[in-house]
Design a protein around this ligand. Structure first.
Ligand SMILES: Nc1ncnc2c1ncn2[C@@H]1O[C@H](COP(=O)(O)OP(=O)(O)O)[C@@H](O)[C@H]1O
Ligand SMILES: [Mg+2]
Length: 250
C-alpha cells in the first residue's frame, strides 16, 4: 500500500451518536485534501481517530503502510502525523519560539542547536519569526491560528491535519492563511484541511470530501463536490457560517 493515510471501514459511536460508519478514505503522499460537512458530521472525531486521541470501535487506520490503530498519539506524532485543534491550545505563558521548540523536542525528537534551528525555520515558514519572543497569550486570532499550525509543523510531519484554522478570521486574514498552507503543501507536506470557509479550500486543495452522518457523501474535484445536490442540500440546511462559492451556489 503506497498511501500516506488509509482509513479502512472505520466505525465509531458515542452512545447513539455515530461519528463514523464504515468510513473508508485514503490520502496520497503530498496530496492536499479538503473536508467539508455540517456541524456534528464527525469531522473533528475523524482527526481524533487519525491522531490517536480516539480509538475507532472497529476498522483500522494505516499511516505510510503501517497499521497505527493501536499506536498512541505521541507515537503517531513521532511517526509523522501532525494536527491542529479547532480551538488553539498553545502554552499561553510560553513565547511563540518556546511553544514551537517544545514540539520539536517532543514531537520530532530534536535536541540542542538542531532543535533551535528547526524552530527558527518553522517560524519563518509560518510567518511568525517577528513574534518569536511574544508570549502566546498575547497573540491575536490570526497569529494564534498561525501558531497552532506552527506547533503541528514543528513536529516535522509528513501529514498535516488542519481543523478549521480559518474560522473566525477576516477575509484578508483567510487569504494570508491560504498562502501559508499552499506554501507548506508546495514543500511536499500532505495536508487534510477541515474547513467551513470553503473558498479557502477551493483555493488550496486538489480534492474534496463531504462527510455527513459518519460517511463520505461526495468525493472528488472540489468544485464538483460543492455543486453536488446532496452536498448543497446539507449546506442549505446548515448554519450561518455556510459559505458556498459562486460556482456552487448558482
Ligand atoms: N468525546 C465525545 N463524547 C461524546 N460525544 C462526542 C465526543 N466527541 C464528539 N462527540 C459528538 O459527536 C458528534 C460529532 O462531533 P465532531 O466530530 O466534533 O463533529 P464536527 O467536527 O464535524 O462538527 C457531535 O454530536 C458531538 O457532540
Ligand atoms: Mg469540528
Amino acid at each position: 500500500m503506497n498511501q500516506l493515510l488509509h482509513l479502512e471501514d472505520v466505525t465509531k459511536s458515542f452512545g447513539r451518536v455515530t461519528v463514523a460508519k464504515d468510513l473508508t478514505l485514503s490520502v496520497s503522499p503530498g496530496e492536499a485534501l479538503g473536508i467539508v460537512g455540517p456541524n456534528g458530521a464527525g469531522k473533528s472525531s475523524l482527526f481524533a481517530m487519525i491522531s490517536g486521541d480516539l480509538r475507532p470501535d472497529s476498522g483500522a487506520v494505516w499511516f505510510e503502510g503501517r497499521d497505527v490503530t493501536d499506536v498512541p498519539p505521541h507515537a503517531r506524532t513521532r511517526a509523522g502525523i501532525g494536527r491542529t485543534y479547532q480551538v488553539p491550545r498553545p502554552f499561553e505563558h510560553l513565547t511563540v519560539f518556546e511553544n514551537v521548540l517544545v514540539c520539536g523536542y517532543q514531537g520530532a525528537a530534536l535536541k540542542g542547536k538542531e532543535a533551535w534551528q528547526h524552530t527558527m525555520g518553522v517560524l519563518e515558514r509560518t510567518g511568525l519569526a517577528d513574534l518569536a519572543n511574544t508570549p502566546a497569550g498575547r497573540l491575536g486570532l490570526l497569529q494564534r491560528k498561525r501558531l497552532e499550525v506552527a506547533r503541528a509543523v514543528g513536529t516535522n510531519p509528513r501529514l498535516l491535519l488542519l481543523d478549521e484554522v480559518a474560522g473566525g478570521l477576516t477575509e484578508p486574514e483567510v487569504l494570508e492563511l491560504v498562502t501559508m498552507v499552499k506554501q507548506l503543501h508546495a514543500e511536499g507536506l500532505g495536508i487534510v484541511w477541515i474547513e467551513h470557509v470553503v473558498h479557502a479550500l477551493v483555493k488550496t486543495v486538489g480534492r474534496m470530501v463531504c462527510l455527513a452522518g459518519g460517511d463520505v457523501v461526495a468525493n472528488g474535484d472540489p468544485t464538483q463536490v460543492l455543486a453536488d445536490p446532496k452536498v448543497r442540500e446539507l449546506y442549505l440546511g446548515g448554519g450561518p457560517e455556510t459559505d458556498l462559492p459562486e460556482e456552487a451556489a448558482s
